[in-house]
Design a binder for this molecule. Structure first.
Ligand code: ZDP
Length: 286
């Protein structure tokens, strides 16, 4: 099996190219959940924050499926879809620009920024944020969910909840040095108020156009960046009247440009980088 390793701001993915694979009964017989668990492992596998399956689509130019390191399948992945876009374009599977990609969060439109035949960045129309509690999903009153209360091990936190196809719990912090990230991240991820679990973002507002974010991802733990998380955090900070509609989000792995447009769509712009391509040996994962 051939794989390609890519990353978006240090959020790293293993891409498995099944664009031209033969389907039986319309279904490809690959256990991606199992493959993700094995390949993403940083000691026993290749290492990655997620596995991306590159697939053909009936309704868009290509279809992306994304899997977390624990094998679960989220609806969407912001950093992953930029890597996916660069890959399918460079492979010649997609010749249009902009073009559309099918995901579990719907069909998204992507625009490649090409300089000297090279994809130097991707702008993704991430669609409209989902603010209805039952759809995020979160057990909370009111819409949007802003300033809601969460009790974790007897400690109370105020949070905002936003879905970008996948759920996010956003908490404002002023000082990261006093944040018990490794304990709170997994505790909030699995908090019963989030029936499908949640990604957790701790954000600091630096100015009207700048926020800093530290993320604990559902199903993958701490990562260097999260595209959907940066979008959800921007929306949450705007709903809390803390920032303007176009901001730079500083993540441990670098910066993303996020804009919540007047058309209610969230736009994310950032890089997609190759690391290597490789062939897995037949007995390598048994
Ligand atoms: O929702 C989830 O379970 C996430 N772990 C999916 C991955 C999100 C990602 N970090 C992103 O950039 O949006 C890849």
């Amino acid at each position: 099996m051939n794989i390609v390793k890519m990353h978006g701001l240090g959020n790293d993915f293993i891409l498995v190219d099944h664009f031209h694979e033969q389907f039986s009964n319309g279904q490809l017989e690959v256990d991606y959940n199992e493959l993700a668990r094995k390949l993403c492992h940083r000691q026993f596998g290749v290492g990655g924050d997620g596995l991306i399956a590159v697939l053909p689509s009936q309704v868009a130019e290509a279809r992306m499926r994304i899997f977390n390191t624990d094998g679960s399948e989220p609806e969407m992945c912001g950093n992953g879809i930029r890597c996916f876009a660069r890959f399918v374009f460079d492979k010649g599977y997609v010749k249009k620009n902009p073009f559309q990609v099918e995901t579990l969060a719907g069909i998204l439109t992507l625009h490649l920024n090409i300089v000297d035949d090279q994809v130097v960045g991707v702008r993704v129309d991430m669609g409209e944020p989902i603010l209805k509690p039952s759809l995020i999903p979160v057990r909370a009153e009111g819409e949007p969910v802003v300033g809601a209360k969460l009790s974790v091990d007897g400690q109370e936190f105020e949070y905002s909840a936003v879905s970008m196809g996948n759920p996010h719990c956003i908490i404002f912090v002023e000082d990261y040095s006093t944040l018990d990230f490794d304990r709170l991240g997994p505790a909030i991820e699995k908090h019963p108020d989030f029936p499908k679990k949640t990604n957790v973002e701790f954000i600091r507002v630096d100015s009207k156009n700048e926020i800093t974010m530290k993320v604990w991802e559902r199903g993958s733990g701490p990562t260097l960046a999260c595209g959907t998380g940066a979008c959800a955090s921007t929306v949450a900070a705007i709903l809390n009247d803390k920032i303007e509609r176009k901001v730079t989000v500083h993540l441990p792995g670098g910066d993303l440009l996020i804009e919540w447009g007047e058309d209610n769509h969230v736009y994310m712009t950032g890089p997609a980088t190759y690391v290597f391509k490789a062939t897995l040996l037949e007995n390598s994962l048994s």
